[in-house]
Design a protein around this ligand. Structure first.
Ligand code: CTP
Length: 405
């Protein structure tokens, strides 16, 4: 699955025999694309060595507030660790640690980090069956749930004591898939389909020449990633661009010309919930594509150009349930032009970038946008990386869709 790709996972290990399984857990998290840091309670080091975990996670493992080796004496900042994490997973979570966390005790680094963490927290309890069903454990688990934390239920089986019953830590693969499913179910665009156009189009003149533009596709690909990270299934129709995507929720459809982009956009539009047209489509194409390379002559060369089809406007005409978003790249009268495009093309929102703004536009790493909704309400954003801009655009779309539903 994709949901853990690029995410930062803090794994907290406490002193249960199931700690030996955390080596596999670290490997599975890394295999799913996450970055992992490990913190341990001091007693858990009797069950698995920090060396194993630091080797597998490729990060130092911490278990105390200070590093004690003289030459390397430094404070292990639990606040930083807590803020670093996108997800905090405590596995195995012993009855002792559950009790301390439920009551706000913080006499070791793991407990202090828990109190500092702002991210979602998962617990995979592991203990003997009688401890698991004891009212105090049940109460502690209920308290942790009431804090918004999630419990990954222990399973039944043979326990370290030799007894058979509930209390075994869930298997590492089941912990990973539990967390992935849980994250996926909470994503705001889960189950939604999104059509996106990106990059330039090339309009052939002869077999070796074309009319094109400087669009890199960076903004469109960043939007594809941001939308997929919110759970959307993305159809990314891309003109010639060297941008890459690995996200399994993004299906890339390569096209070259405006006509091909038009056909592809129309073939997906009916089934989608959202369409964002960020491509820099050529407005004109050569009337006749010459089949042989045009030879140089001394006289002036005239190429007759005819308009391409306006993909966005054509989708605006047939739009039903789709939330349709266009882009406007302007050099003057920006707001006025963008608002008129929004109305003319029957859009739900338009993203304006002005070439007057330094750092905005084609081929840059940054962009500065104003989003205008269909009631002509404007929202301006600061100059940001294209990835951050993509997140802003998707957040605004999520809010608008929620308001509509
Ligand atoms: N667009 C499109 N098909 C075209 C031209 C533009 O889908 N043939 C879309 C772009 O992807 C963008 C929006 O229309 O979302 C606005 O593009 P832009 O080039 O700024 O506007 P135009 O309508 O082409 O107007 P102008 O070039 O005169 O500003």
């Amino acid at each position: 699955m994709f949901v853990l790709s690029g995410k930062k996972i803090l794994l907290g290990i406490t002193a249960g025999i199931a700690a030996y399984k955390t080596a596999s857990l670290v490997r599975l998290f890394i295999k799913s694309g996450a970055e992992v840091k490990v913190i341990m309670t001091p007693a858990s080091k009797d069950f698995i060595t920090p060396l194993t975990l630091s080797t597998l996670s490729k990060n130092p493992v911490h278990s105390t507030f200070y590093n004690t080796e003289e030459e390397n004496e430094q404070w292990n900042n639990h606040v930083d660790l807590g803020l670093w994490a996108d997800y905090f997973v405590v596995a195995p979570a012993t009855a002792n640690t559950l009790s301390k966390m439920a009551n706000g005790t913080c006499d070791n680094l793991l407990l202090a980090t828990y109190l500092s963490a702002k991210c979602p927290v998962y617990f995979a309890p592991a203990m003997d069956l009688d401890m698991y069903i004891h009212p105090s454990t049940k109460e502690n688990l209920a308290t942790l749930k009431s804090f918004g934390n999630t419990i990954i239920p222990a399973t039944s089986g043979e326990l370290a004591s030799g007894l058979v019953g509930e209390g075994r830590m869930a298997e590492p693969a089941d912990i990973v898939s539990f967390i992935e499913k849980d994250i996926l179910s909470s994503l705001p665009l889960k189950g939604k389909k999104l059509l996106l156009t990106a990059g330039p189009t090339y309009e052939a003149i002869d077999p070796v020449r074309f009319i094109g533009n400087y669009s890199s596709g960076k903004m469109g690909f960043a939007i594809a990633e941001a939308a997929a990270n919110l759970g959307a299934e993305v159809y990314l129709i891309s003109g010639p661009s060297n941008q890459q995507t690995k996200n399994v929720l993004i299906k890339k459809i390569d096209v070259v010309s405006a006509e091909e982009m038009y056909e592809a956009a129309h073939s997906y539009f009916k089934q989608v919930d959202i369409a964002i047209l960020s491509a820099a489509v050529a407005d004109y194409k050569s009337k006749n594509i010459v089949t042989q390379k045009i030879k140089k002559k001394d006289a002036t060369l005239n190429i007759e150009l005819i308009p391409t089809k306006d993909i966005l406007a054509s989708l605006g005409e047939i739009k039903q349930q789709q939330f349709l978003v266009g882009f406007a790249l302007e050099t003057d009268n920006e707001l006025e032009n963008a608002k008129s495009k929004l109305k003319r093309k029957n859009l739900d929102a338009i993203v304006l970038n002005s070439l007057q703004d330094e750092g905005a536009g084609f081929a840059t790493e940054t962009n500065k946008i104003t989003i205008i909704d269909k009631n002509l309400k404007e929202k301006s954003f600061k100059l940001k990386s294209k990835l951050a801009v993509a997140k802003d655009i998707m957040n605004e779309i999520v809010i608008s869709i929620r308001d509509q539903e």
